[in-house]
Write a new protein. Structure first.
Length: 359
């Protein structure tokens, strides 16, 4: 199966495991997802939310316990992995240590009995794409982690798969290399013009690489949207917390306030942006530490705070503050002393209001 596709469709895909006590544990609960030609999709969520299970189900490494997967008109969840022919890149590279770089990359073609001259040409082209020409004869052990991961990527793409699946491919690299490799993988994806599904628990990675992010929690999709939307308009409190809205406090809804809503708690009145319909007066306000700024008392959304602890971070500091509506994290530039009284604010557009009490 070599053709590029218009749509990969996951229709209510479920996957359960039976534990030692014989109980059924659901790793994926009715996953619906449409992936379009050439898209870069990130599956994002905390450890254990089912990201790898989803990827393995698409690859054919794990059977589904419910639902189906379609590549255009063809149902593929009934096919073995080699018939699906997707390229896979794992966290641990999984290279053959006794084979040269070129042999590693050419291995899949050899298995497919591609004629030697053609296989060599394609392997070299894949190495060129990942910028490893000149390292052909080396063994994986003679390469850095970043270079080994490039070999793994070349090996995955040399078979010209309709879809490339990557499971936390950068986790074993140091921070600097990880950031370089993000751009590199995006570049390779762009040149291939094939879809990529990329599993990560790293929000920055997903935000910087993906066309669309699928945020998951406990086997259930929470939001599917482009990075800007997931970052700026998280669909629910879970996504908000995961995307950095570390402060969540309970407030009481007062009513409409201009384009936003007014909320109060212990004498503090804020204007915020409603993120969903409200079922009662009990609401939750989510604020990012990075969105806090110093403000003159009396300005819109200003509230009093007292610094409890200050974690110095160079360019800015992470400060634990006490307020009338609870303890918060604030990230502020400039000097702040422990015990100092501050007046802080968060713009109404960055003050997100969700239905229900803060859990
Ligand atoms: P991580 O980032 O830690 O790999 P993940 O989001 O990829 O996490 P999965 O590996 O997909 O999560 O696991 C989802 C759930 O399924 C977890 O609760 C896990 O314990 C369970 N699980 C995964 N594989 C198996 C297995 N072979 N047998 C039993 N349970 C499993």
């Amino acid at each position: 199966m070599k053709h590029n596709f218009e749509q990969l469709r996951l229709d209510s895909v479920s996957r359960s495991f039976t534990n030692a006590e014989g109980q059924q544990l659901a790793a994926l609960r009715g996953l619906d997802l449409n992936i379009r030609r050439g898209e870069f999709i990130a599956l994002l969520g905390p450890s254990g939310c089912g990201k790898s299970t989803a990827l393995n189900c698409i690859a054919g490494l794990q059977p589904l316990t419910g639902g189906g997967i379609w590549l255009d008109e063809q149902r593929i969840d009934v096919l073995p992995p080699e018939k699906r022919g997707f390229g896979m890149v794992f966290q641990n590279y999984a290279l053959f240590p006794h084979m040269s770089v070129l042999e590693n990359v050419g291995f899949g073609l050899k298995m497919q009995r591609v004629p030697k001259a053609d296989a060599l040409r394609r392997a070299k082209a894949a190495l060129q794409l990942v910028q490893l020409i000149g390292h052909d004869g080396k063994l994986p052990g003679q390469l850095s982690g970043g270079q080994q991961q490039r070999v793994a990527i070349a090996r995955a793409i040399v078979i010209e798969p309709p879809l490339v699946l990557m499971d936390e491919p950068l986790s074993n690299l140091d921070t600097k290399l990880r950031i370089e490799m993000r751009a590199e993988i995006r570049r390779i994806h762009g040149q291939l013009e094939r879809a990529t599904i990329y599993v990560t628990h790293d929000q920055d990675e997903a935000l910087s690489m993906a066309d669309r992010i699928v945020v998951m929690k406990e086997g259930v999709v929470q939001q599917v949207a482009p990075p800007k939307e997931v970052y700026g308009r998280p669909k629910n409190l879970h996504v908000a917390r995961f995307m950095g809205f570390r402060n969540v406090a309970s407030f009481t809804l007062e009513g409409q306030q201009g384009e936003g809503v007014a909320v109060t708690s212990n004498g503090v009145r804020l204007t915020g942006t409603p993120m969903e319909g409200f079922n009662s007066k009990n609401v939750s306000v989510a604020l990012r530490p990075e969105d806090m700024e110093r403000a003159a008392p009396g300005t819109e959304n200003a509230f009093d705070a007292q610094a409890e602890t200050v974690e110095y971070g160079g360019r800015d500091s992470l400060i634990r503050v006490n307020t009338a509506f609870g303890k918060l994290w604030a990230r502020l530039a400039g000097e702040v002393a422990e015990g100092e009284r501050l007046s802080l604010r968060v713009a109404p557009s960055r003050t997100l209001v969700y239905d229900g009490e803060a859990p």
